[in-house]
Design a protein around this ligand. Structure first.
Ligand code: GDP
Ligand code: IMO
Ligand code: MG
Length: 422
């Protein structure tokens, strides 16, 4: 039986999970998304063509890898169909390779409306993507969600009506516009027809692939510090982007997991609200944003930028059982003359190496930095560690010494080919 490779974000998202999964999926038979929805935006660049994926696993771009949307994902069918069409227009064999779990929950228009309304009413804004993710997961856990398989039930109309009536009561009580049942029913029955060929029991499909010794890779979405349990609550997403979510979002067991790749950038970023210890609110932060093109794939919002935080990274490694680090944007950090990395926090006069998501702690911790020399020159053609300039090697060696974890994959440019494997 083969083991599954897992790709997880270690920080606040957008570490380059999509490009890493695309890289690994070139030699994989199956790639799987387990959690989140179209709050994710995974950019993959192949021969200068940029693909922005929100729901379909990046492995689809290999054109020979089965791409599974697992049971833990929340699906906005309209967005998914748009993505399918975009991929087909680019010559990607979606009909052959896409599989959608019958157990995945559906995002409905009222989820997006609620997401916007709830955010509006919050005094402490989360800065959600307003894609209906939180309200959809709420319904899932409240057991009033609709799943992909419900689209094909003879009583789908009644199931949908019941949910819309309930939501409309709430909207009416608050003086908001109601949802139009007829319109939603019509569009969702259309979506159901389009998606039908891809829908199946993905749990057995995945386990059969392992039994057949196939090479399987799981693509994490969001990231550890956005995890509903382990992230900086309440400034988090509504799922578990950590290793547990990979199991519950696919039906894999802990015994099926092999290598766990923790993805980081050579610096850091966060989009949305919440504490961020190593954030740079000065011109260096702005410079990193421009050099790294740090604007959201999904919402186009400018990302907050800062230095890499090794205190947070060790927390991520510990929680997820990360076996290898994948360091992206080494080329970007190398454009600076000098750069820093956080090795400890100072909290209430004490130096600390232990990360915790307590808001007071995060808001009042001062990052302690070690400085490195930049100016790497153009490293986008380097394909081995040995070819890298000494300053780049020093940085990578320091990350490895600090974490005790091998930096196995190194991104030296956005394109698929711009990757060093050690
Ligand atoms: P994800 O959500 O974790 O998949 O990451 P995003 O796709 O949202 O953001 C990562 C961005 O960095 C994308 O625009 C990638 O094309 C880009 N990227 C990833 N790795 C590298 C790298 O090594 N160098 C450069 N220059 N860009 C990279
Ligand atoms: P990928 O997979 C970065 C953030 C939002 C917001 C918070 C809650 O591309 O790394 P939500 O809409 O999920 O309820 O928003 O989480 N967020 C992300 N930030 N990358 C993502 O995904 C994110 N998905 C959600 O900005 O702060
Ligand atoms: Mg992203």
């Amino acid at each position: 039986m083969s083991k599954v490779s897992v790709v997880l974000g270690c920080f606040y998202g957008d570490e380059g999970k999509g490009r890493t999964t695309d890289y690994l999926a070139q030699t994989a038979d199956m790639s799987i998304r387990a959690t989140g929805g179209n709050n994710a935006g995974h950019t993959v660049t192949i021969d200068n063509v940029k693909y922005a994926l929100h729901l379909v696993p990046s492995g689809i771009l290999s054109n020979h890898t089965i791409a599974v949307i697992g049971n833990g994902v929340v699906i906005d069918p309209k967005v998914l169909i748009e993505e399918i069409n975009m991929l087909k227009e680019n010559g990607i064999k979606v009909d052959e390779y896409l599989k959608i779990s019958d157990k995945a929950h559906l995002i409905l228009p009222y989820h997006c409306m609620l997401d916007a309304l709830l955010e509006d009413k919050r005094t402490n804004k989360i800065g959600t993507t307003k894609r209906g993710i939180g309200p959809c997961y709420c319904d899932k856990f409240e057991r009033s969600g609709l799943r992909v398989e419900d689209l094909y039930k003879s009583n789908f109309k009644e199931l949908l009506k019941e949910q819309i009536d309930k939501k409309n009561e709430l909207f009416a009580a608050n003086g908001y516009d109601k949802c139009n049942f007829k319109e939603i029913y019509k569009s969702y029955t259309e979506y159901a027809k389009v998606l039908k060929p891809y829908v199946c029991d993905t749990i057995n499909l995945i386990h059969q692939a392992l039994k057949d010794d196939k090479n399987v890779v799981c693509e994490g979405a969001q990231a550890t510090l956005l995890d509903i349990d382990f992230g900086s609550y309440p400034y988090v997403t509504s799922s578990n982007p950590t290793i547990g979510g990979i199991l519950t979002g696919t039906g894999l067991s802990h015994k099926d997991i092999g290598d766990v790749y923790g993805v980081i950038k050579a610096y850091s970023s966060r989009v949305g609200e919440g504490p961020y210890v190593t954030e740079l609110t000065d011109e260096t932060g702005d410079l990193i944003r421009e050099l790294g093109h740090e604007y959201g794939t999904t919402t186009k919002r400018p990302r907050r930028c800062g230095w890499l935080d090794l205190v947070a990274l060790n927390y991520s490694i510990k929680l997820n059982g990360i076996t290898y680090i994948n360091l992206n944007h080494l080329d970007t950090i190398g454009k600076l003359d000098k750069f820093k990395v956080c090795y400890a926090y100072e909290f209430e006069g004490q130096e600390t190496y232990d990360f915790t998501t307590n808001e007071e702690f995060l808001r009042n911790s001062k990052p302690l930095y070690k400085e490195f020399e930049g100016n790497f020159g153009d490293i986008s053609n380097c394909r081995t560690f040995d070819e890298l300039p000494i300053n780049a090697k020093k940085y990578i060696n320091y990350i490895e010494e600090y974490t005790g974890c091998t930096v196995k994959l190194i991104g030296v440019g956005a394109d698929r080919e711009c990757m060093i494997i050690r």
